[in-house]
Design a protein around this ligand. Structure first.
Ligand code: ZN
Length: 313
């Protein structure tokens, strides 16, 4: 992180959401500039890295294993941390749909979510651009009738009851184009559900240098509840619902320091014994929420946004 920049005219890169040219530089990191659109307020990396640059970035073997700053220390170990989120999201989708149906997970990584869904009776398909991860996902779900492809084109005319994108939308250089292509594979009345970091949260606002969400070039877009809802409405999706999740209140500095190691081990799945540290951290967060109400009552404490939208008939 190179700190906050002075406001200056935009370099001319258009906003990926509203196509406006006017944007103000906000933060520089990893050699990239994050700007705020003067029209729709979306934060995005400008100029957008080239497709070749992005392809090279994701084919690095270290992205899913070993790269803490840009990717994942070890995605396989992280599954423990992801499990409660995936179980909760599956339950939510089953309630909304009235039971399991057909599901496409775009950016399925190693297929962990697809495997859980398959075990719950869903017919699952994955898209994963990293051929290495697509292979892992494929080995996981093929025996149960699931399929994994490395491009949307391979889907043909297939339609799905549900399409999910978990922590994917912020990686896309052309989000509207990708969402339009995905929407074509969603049946009328079908559900689009996604998750993304919440740029309105207190850490992104008050301590941007410390916020893990500002991670270009892996992350190119940075959503607030408002800009996320705007994007889904722009796609002519209806019944748009934004759900802030994963509260992470600010803590007194000494508590931050004392819990830094536990936080990092819970985030990457390596904390041991797992249940003990998980419940300890939940208790600390609960106490932190009380402290936040007193000291920073205006803070948005949620680290993640989830959204649900429906394709109209
Ligand atoms: Zn805009």
């Amino acid at each position: 992180m190179n700190g906050l920049l002075e406001a200056s005219p935009s370099d001319g890169s258009r906003c990926p959401l509203c196509r406006a040219c006017d944007a103000i530089p906000v933060i520089a990191k990893n050699g990239y500039t994050i700007v705020r659109c003067c029209v729709c307020t979306l934060l995005y990396v400008a100029p957008t890295p080239s497709d070749a640059e992005m392809a090279a970035h994701y084919q690095q073997s270290s992205y899913f294993e070993g790269d803490i700053d840009q990717g994942y220390r070890n995605y396989a170990e992280m599954e423990k941390a992801l499990l409660p989120h995936f179980q909760r999201r599956l339950r939510y989708l089953e309630v909304r749909l009235g039971g399991p149906g057909s599901l496409l997970d775009f950016g399925c990584a190693s297929g962990y979510f697809l495997e859980l869904a398959q075990q719950g009776g869903w017919q699952v398909t994955g898209i994963e651009l990293s051929s290495q991860m697509a292979q892992v996902a494929s080995e996981r779900i093929t025996a149960g009738g699931g399929r994994v492809f490395t491009s949307l084109a391979a889907l043909g005319e297939a339609e799905f009851d549900v399409i999910t994108l978990w922590e994917v939308i912020e990686h896309l250089p052309r989000p509207l184009e990708t969402l339009a292509a995905l929407k074509a594979h969603l049946r009328c009345g079908g559900l689009l559900m996604l998750s993304t970091p919440n740029t309105a949260n207190w850490q992104a606002q008050r301590k941007p240098d410390a916020w893990v969400g500002y991670r270009p070039p892996s992350h190119l877009l940075f959503f607030t509840p408002q800009t996320l809802a705007d994007m889904l409405k722009l796609m002519s999706l209806t019944q748009v619902t934004i759900m802030p999740v994963s509260p992470r209140p600010p803590l007194p500095t000494w508590v931050e320091h004392a819990t830094a190691s536990v936080q990092s081990q819970l985030a990457d799945g390596s904390a041991s014994p797992w249940q003990f540290w998980l419940y300890t951290w939940r208790a600390v967060r609960l106490a932190g929420l009380g402290w936040q109400r007193l000291v920073h009552p205006g803070d948005d404490v949620y680290t993640t946004l989830e959204s649900l939208a429906v394709k109209p008939a």
